[in-house]
Design a binder for this molecule. Structure first.
Ligand SMILES: NC(=O)c1ccc[n+]([C@@H]2O[C@H](COP(=O)([O-])OP(=O)(O)OC[C@H]3O[C@@H](n4cnc5c(N)ncnc54)[C@H](OP(=O)(O)O)[C@@H]3O)[C@@H](O)[C@H]2O)c1
Length: 277
């Protein structure tokens, strides 16, 4: 399979246009699945302290013959670790659990505005990047207002904002804001967590036209929106299917029709009110 293309983040790091979600990949089977994905060409791996599988991701990185420097290992600082000192400690903890010398991309997992410590957390991440423990820094589930506050108060623009994004929730306004500020969009639950999405007639029809699967149509749509999807699959065949979306292109009209499936967030978790510790 041809390699997954990359884009350049606002800090100069090459970032894959598609990666692997690892939520739920745990234990020896989880390690095996992650190694299989790397074997199939995945270079971006997405974990989090709260997924309780950072160890598995570190083990997979070591077990794979692919050079560590080619991989983009992402983890996330949980809500209970917000604040300057706690964020430093959280990162040291992640490095120790994964057994890695550096993390390629660290994200603030949720902004948790009622706690009001995400700016302090961000300051710690800026310093951790200076110390080369983090290569790239970003956020997850941030709104325009929260991004603006980070930029205004620290002068440092996140490289990435990882948000819920799929055809039921295309996030057009937030993506436009990202484009204006040089922030890369990353899509979580890009397949709407295998809800009824894949049965949508328009996706079935496009799959027929292009000789691919509805899943591949959805992932190609993300790529053409300029957002990096991180589909999770435990299965090597489905992992290969998901990564094989760089050999065809949808028309602009078709991209628009898929975006027309919009109906809102899957679980209504708005970052102004939904908080995760
Ligand atoms: N930042 C955040 O707050 C946040 C929140 C949620 C998720 N995430 C990240 O985003 C990643 C992806 O999101 P997600 O895991 O929620 O959902 P998802 O990737 O949209 O969907 C995963 C589901 O789809 C199935 N699947 C995958 N490929 C398939 C294919 N080709 N055909 C049919 N079914 C397929 C998987 O089953 P199999 O494994 O059996 O293939 C799994 O049940 C997570 O793993 C995590 O890394 C981040």
């Amino acid at each position: 399979m041809p390699s997954i293309p990359t884009v350049t983040l606002n800090d100069g790091i090459a970032f894959p246009e598609l990666g692997l979600g690892t939520y739920g990949l745990r234990g020896a089977e989880g390690v095996e699945s992650i190694v299989a994905a790397i074997d199939s060409g995945y270079r971006l791996l997405d974990t989090a302290v709260n997924y309780e599988n950072e160890r598995e991701v570190g083990d997979a990185v070591r077990a794979s013959p692919v050079d560590r420097a080619e991989l983009i290992v992402t983890t996330k600082i949980p809500g209970r670790h917000h604040g300057y000192d706690d964020a430093i400690e959280s990162t040291n903890g992640s490095l120790a659990v994964m057994g890695l010398d550096w993390i390629d991309l660290s994200l603030i997992h949720w902004p948790n505005p009622s706690v009001d410590k995400y700016v302090d957390t961000w300051r710690a991440m800026i310093d951790l990047r200076e110390r080369q423990q983090l290569r790239s820094i970003g956020v997850s589930n941030f709104t325009e207002a929260m991004l603006t506050r980070l930029i205004d108060e620290t002068g440092v623009t996140p490289a990435v904002n990882q948000v819920e994004l799929h055809p039921y929730f295309p996030q057009a306004e937030l993506r436009a804001f990202h484009a204006e500020h040089g922030i890369r969009t990353e899509s979580w639950s890009p397949l709407a967590r295998r809800s009824e999405l894949l049965q949508e007639q328009v996706l079935q029809e496009l799959a027929e036209i292009y000789g691919v699967t509805p899943t591949q149509i959805v992932l190609r749509w993300h790529v053409q929106l300029g957002s990096t999807p991180i589909p999770k699959s435990a299965d090597p065949d489905r992992q290969r299917e998901n990564a094989d979306v760089f050999g065809f292109a949808l028309t602009d009209d078709e991209v628009g029709v898929i975006s027309g499936l919009e109906r809102g967030r899957l679980w209504g978790a708005h970052p102004d009110t939904h908080e995760e510790m």
